[in-house]
Design a binder for this molecule. Sequence first.
Ligand code: CP
Length: 316
Amino acid sequence: MSDAQLDGEGRLRHFLTLEGLPRDMLVRLLERAEQLRKPALGGAVLRDTLAGQTVCTLFFEPSTRTRSSFQLAAQRLGADILNFDASTSSTTKGETATDTLKNLEAMGVQGFVVRHKEDGAVAALAAAAKPDTALINAGDGRSAHPTQGLLDMLTLRQAKGDDFSKLKVLIVGDVRHSRVARSDLHALRTLGTGEIRVCGPQSLLPDDATLAGCTVTQDFDAALAGVDAVMMLRLQRERMEEGLITSLADYHRDYGLGTERLRRAAPDAVVLHPGPMNRGVEIDDAVADGPQSLILQQVGNGVAVRMAVLEALLRR
Ligand code: CP
């Protein structure tokens, strides 16, 4: 785990990765997020929690879910929120991310939610930040998307209970380029998941330690047998240009989840997808919008999880 993530007393200082995050801390965040579900969806007001604090969403890559849910989470905890738009900022004139951060810090921002295309970029910014500034990784390169990992675990707990040792979980698709998959894998291991299966074309599977301890296959039909949860990943279409898949039609045939295929999973299996979805490529409409889909529940849980993380980092 990043040394920068915990302070000398073992408390969260930044939230950069789920790798090595102690189990009790992970579970506490999930339990707090569960408590915050009503306020997260606008059912109660907690505006004193972060009153007087300012949170900036500093996104150097596009986002719908993560950015919006962090904004709502910060607002519902009473923080001021500053939305930084990289496309209209002085980064287009060559200003660095670090100088951008330091300038916003100088305006009194205490919390930064950062998305960046480069692996390790958020940890590097955390290292450059003032001691009382907190950074949250909202996705860096292919490394980590820790709040997505948390909200996926919260959604699984709500559907299947908190004993992950009983669960068979399957992750499908472009694992090689997926920061979501990496964060999910760290969390699933920490929570003691009974069996973690990973499936995708060889060209989209990582060849490093990412899949340690997982059952790995390229055969989607076989991988689905009896699983309790299927976590679909977005096919990053740009990978086609790199020649890593032959065509969208081939990908759909081999790795697309439709209702017929889903019958191979346990009858009460649930389906997750982090979004954005490529409908008709990795997932069919009938599954995405069907009774086993938890995809919009994941999105709602995103607000609660992000409230829990903001509260843990910024409540004075
Ligand atoms: N799941 C996710 O990170 O979605 P966005 O890219 O829309 O934030």
